[in-house]
Design a protein around this ligand. Structure first.
Ligand code: ATP
Ligand code: MN
Length: 149
C-alpha cells in the first residue's frame, strides 16, 4: 500500500508536472504528500559569491531569498492538495539535493518518491537531470517514479 509519497521539487516546470502527477496519484491511493525543497548551499556559494571567502552576511540573504521562493512554489502545490482533500506538508532543507532527498525519504519512511526527469537546468540535451540520476543510482529500496517533462 502506498500511504506516504515524497515529492522533491525545485520549482521548475518539470517538477511542477511531477507534483501534479503525485496529486492525482494520491487521490487514488489516499496517500499523504510531503513536498521537499532542498537549498543547494554549494550553488549559493560557488555561483553567487566569488572568491574563497563565504561571508555569512552575504550568503544569508541569498538563502532567505531561495527559501522564500521555495515556500511560494510549494504553497501552490499545497493549495492544490487542499482542493483535492489530500494531506500535505512542505519542508525545506539545506544541503546536496540527492543526499537530502534520499535521507528524508528514509527518515519519513515514504513508500514512493515522485520527481521530474528534469529540473531547472537549461541543458535540454541531457537524458536525465543529475539530481534524478543521483537518486535513482542510490542504493535504497524506495521506488522512484519519474515524470517526464
Ligand atoms: P541539472 O541540475 O543536472 O543541471 P536539471 O535541473 O534539468 O539538471 P535535476 O536537477 O536532476 O535536473 O531535476 C530533476 C528533478 O529533481 C526535479 O524535477 C525535482 O523533482 C528534483 N530536484 C532537483 N533539484 C532539487 C532540489 N534542489 N530540491 C528538491 N528537488 C529537486
Ligand atoms: Mn537541477
Amino acid at each position: 500500500m502506498i500511504s506516504k509519497i515524497l515529492v522533491p521539487t525545485d520549482g521548475s516546470k518539470a517538477a511542477r508536472k511531477a507534483a501534479k502527477y503525485a496529486v492525482e496519484f494520491a487521490k487514488q491511493t489516499s496517500a499523504a504528500l510531503t513536498l521537499l525543497s532542498v537549498i543547494d548551499k554549494r550553488f549559493v556559494v560557488s555561483q553567487s559569491i566569488p572568491s574563497v571567502a563565504s561571508p555569512t552576511h552575504l550568503i544569508e540573504p541569498i538563502e532567505d531569498y531561495l527559501k522564500q521562493a521555495a515556500e511560494s512554489y510549494m504553497e501552490e502545490i499545497e493549495i492544490l492538495c487542499k482542493h483535492n482533500n489530500i494531506q500535505s506538508k512542505a519542508i525545506i532543507r539545506s544541503g546536496h539535493p540527492v543526499e537530502v532527498i534520499v535521507k528524508e525519504a528514509e527518515k519519513l519512511k515514504v513508500d514512493l518518491i515522485v520527481m521530474g526527469s528534469h529540473g531547472k537546468s537549461a541543458i535540454k540535451a541531457a537524458f536525465l537531470g543529475s539530481v534524478t540520476i543521483g537518486v535513482i543510482h542510490k542504493e535504497i529500496k524506495i521506488p522512484v517514479l519519474l515524470v517526464r517533462r
